[in-house]
Write a protein that binds this ligand. Structure first.
Ligand code: PLP
Length: 389
């Protein structure tokens, strides 16, 4: 074989029988071949075999099987981002003439998808508060209400919806439930009667802020139609990204627990601080969501929001003075993050909608990382001093 040919046809390092790598290899290949035409021609002939990475890939499949099992369902489809998982679940369940219910307290890009994008496809929507069970019952009763997209707890205000009440109402009215469980995490909320879970794997799952991914998790039957849609849509998760997320997941349980413990320590510090007006964190015993979250979840997560006793200017100064908390609109990384809630997450809401969502000029969201909590509290303390000097 000439060298040019060898460069296109590498030798392979084969493992002897019984010899395995402890970490599974990354299948970066776009294409997979079969022995001959006959065994590549039909789904029956291909069997469990792989063909093209946009359809399926063994590394991505490993991540799908793991996330499905953690969430307590039997199948999953991975996609390139959390938003792609929201789109996949929405497009797979909605068509012109349908109505979708979404919430004021929700993650802004999901509201934008519903209000600005799905509406152009002839899909109507209603925006409610996640605590408005009466409003939900009314909208669910309409024949053309098809779908509900919600979060538990919500981003950014960490509100805790009553999952049993909402799923019972939705089931009674044949409304499909899509739970964005990014804040809850893969180990939470599997016991509820949810049709589809969507997750941003960019956050707690990968955990290191260096890779993006998303997943839709459901029973196999429900994903039968969604898989061809995902393949055709082409928002494929890169197998290298799938590998990084799989690596992150090895420490997921440790990280989620530590994020939750540290967030509670920070929330308790803030609750007792003279410059703080209100803290929203379901781990606090006096938080309105505490009872529900304690029943529904294992760990309250690493995100909390609070209002400074001051105006928007003081909140701005406080955030700019923080050293360890980076000013970014993400969560679930090793490092701590901070965001001005109204400026970063409420640009699409009217003043009245902000008021109903509990978002004020002086509201600050913290995503507590894995640092020493003493250092984090010292950083918050010096930022209060800087903001109020
Ligand atoms: C970040 C996030 C998303 C979107 O995920 P991406 O991976 O950034 O696309 C969706 N929902 C919630 C609650 C999030 O926090």
């Amino acid at each position: 074989m000439r060298k040019e040919t060898r460069l296109a046809h590498h030798p392979r390092a084969k493992l002897p029988k019984g010899n395995e790598s402890l970490v599974e290899p990354v299948y970066r290949s776009v294409k997979f071949r079969f022995g001959d035409i006959a065994s590549s021609l039909t789904p029956e002939a291909r069997g469990e075999g792989y063909e093209y990475t946009r359809d399926a890939n063994p590394t991505t499949r490993q991540l799908e099987q793991l996330t499905a099992e953690l969430q307590g369902r039997d199948d999953a489809v991975c996609v390139s981002t959390g938003m792609a998982s929201a789109w996949l679940a929405a497009l797979g369940n909605l068509g012109a003439g349908d109505r979708v219910v979404c919430f004021l307290e929700s993650y802004r890009p999901i509201r934008v998808m519903v209000r600005q994008r799905l509406s152009r496809l002839g899909i109507d929507h209603v925006l409610l508060s996640v605590h408005d069970l009466e409003g939900m019952e009314k909208v669910f009763s309409a024949d053309d209400t098809r779908c509900l997209i919600f979060e538990a707890p919500t981003n950014p205000m960490v509100q805790v919806p009553d999952l049993r009440a909402i799923t019972t109402l939705a089931r009674a009215h044949d409304v499909v439930t899509i739970l964005d469980n990014t804040f809850g995490g893969l180990h939470n909320h599997g016991q509820f009667d949810i049709d589809y879970y969507i997750h941003s794997l960019t956050k707690y799952a990968s955990g290191h802020g260096d890779v993006m991914g998303g997943v839709v998790i459901a029973d196999r039957e429900r994903l039968r139609d969604l898989k061809p849609l995902a393949t055709n849509m082409g928002a494929t998760l890169d197998p290298g990204a799938a590998f990084l997320i799989l690596r992150g997941l090895r420490t997921y349980a440790l990280r989620y627990r530590r994020h939750s413990e540290s967030a509670l320590t920070v929330a308790e510090f803030l609750s007792g601080h003279p410059r703080v007006e209100r803290v929203c964190y379901p781990g606090l015993a006096d938080d309105p969501g505490h009872r529900l979250a304690s029943e529904q979840m294992d760990g309250y997560g690493g995100v909390l929001s609070f209002d400074l006793k001051g105006d928007g200017q003081q909140a701005w100064r406080f955030i700019d003075a923080l050293q360890l908390f980076a000013t970014v609109s993400s969560i679930g990384s090793t490092e701590s993050l901070v965001a001005p809630v109204k400026l970063y997450f409420a640009g699409d809401l009217s003043e009245e909608e902000c008021r109903r969502a509990g978002i004020r000029e002086n509201t600050v969201r913290l995503a507590v990382g894995l640092e020493d909590t003493g250092d984090l509290i010292a950083d918050l303390e010096q930022a209060f001093s800087a903001a109020f000097q």
